[in-house]
Design a protein around this ligand. Structure first.
Ligand code: GDP
Ligand code: MG
Length: 211
């Protein structure tokens, strides 16, 4: 089945209005820039299956759909990962990061994995926030960090993939338990099949032991 995957992760896209959250989601799902004409209806939700270190991971991504000022507890509940977005040409959106971060850590799962995205990387001439400054902020707050462009697509897939990879690492190291309530993680069909299937025998093609 085409819908076969090992894990499902719930993701959020958060940050001030106008930073490009909907465009990032659209670029990730559709692989193209969302033009102004389809601005009326905010994409609220998107999902995509990606391959992360040989695991098929279904990302179920929630966008604020223009409700930035009043996103509620229920929006955050049980999210495994988040893209925290600011606009590199707007210091105001960068200054708001601390508030978003506090909310995410308080209202989502405690172990939420967050990647900071400095979006509109293509507008370097209008830059108000340096790469260095933002990477220090990311380091201090234990966030991953990338500058992205929803317009050109640069680093968009990478942002989602890096965040998913970190979650997978945490599952493998035992730091995250997918079975804990509100983890934002579910097993998919593929993972369940693997758990149920008997242990595989020797690899095919008998190999002579040289010892
Ligand atoms: P949201 O309110 O955070 O969902 O932001 P939108 O996705 O609606 O984007 C806000 C505005 O920024 C729109 O006019 C987009 O066309 C523009 N925009 C979004 N991402 C980029 C980008 O990476 N580069 C440029 N130049 N413009 C962008
Ligand atoms: Mg939006």
């Amino acid at each position: 089945m085409s819908e076969s995957y090992d894990f499902l992760f719930k993701f959020l896209v958060i940050g001030n209005a106008g930073t490009g959250k909907s465009c990032l989601l659209h670029q990730f799902i559709e692989k193209r820039f969302k033009d102004e004409s389809n601005h009326t209806i905010g994409v609220e939700f998107g999902s995509k299956i990606i391959n992360v270190v040989n695991k098929m991971v279904k990302l179920q991504i929630w966008d604020t759909a223009g409700q930035e000022r009043s996103v509620t507890r229920s929006y955050y509940r049980g999210a495994a990962g988040a893209l925290l977005v600011y606009d590199i040409t707007s210091r105001e959106t960068y200054n708001a990061l601390t508030t978003w971060l506090t909310d995410a850590r308080m209202l989502a799962s405690q172990n939420i994995v967050i990647i900071l995205c400095g979006n509109k990387k293509d507008l370097d001439a209008d830059r108000e926030v340096t790469f260095l400054e933002a990477s220090r902020f990311a380091q201090e707050n234990e966030l991953m960090f990338l500058e992205t462009s929803a317009l050109t697509g640069e680093n968009v897939e990478e942002a989602f993939v890096q965040c998913a990879r970190k979650i997978l690492n945490k599952i493998e190291s035992g730091e995250l338990d997918p079975e804990r309530m509100g983890s934002g993680i579910q097993y998919g069909d593929a993972a369940l099949r693997q758990l149920r299937s008997p242990r595989r025998g020797q690899p095919q093609g008998t190999q002579e032991c040289s010892c």
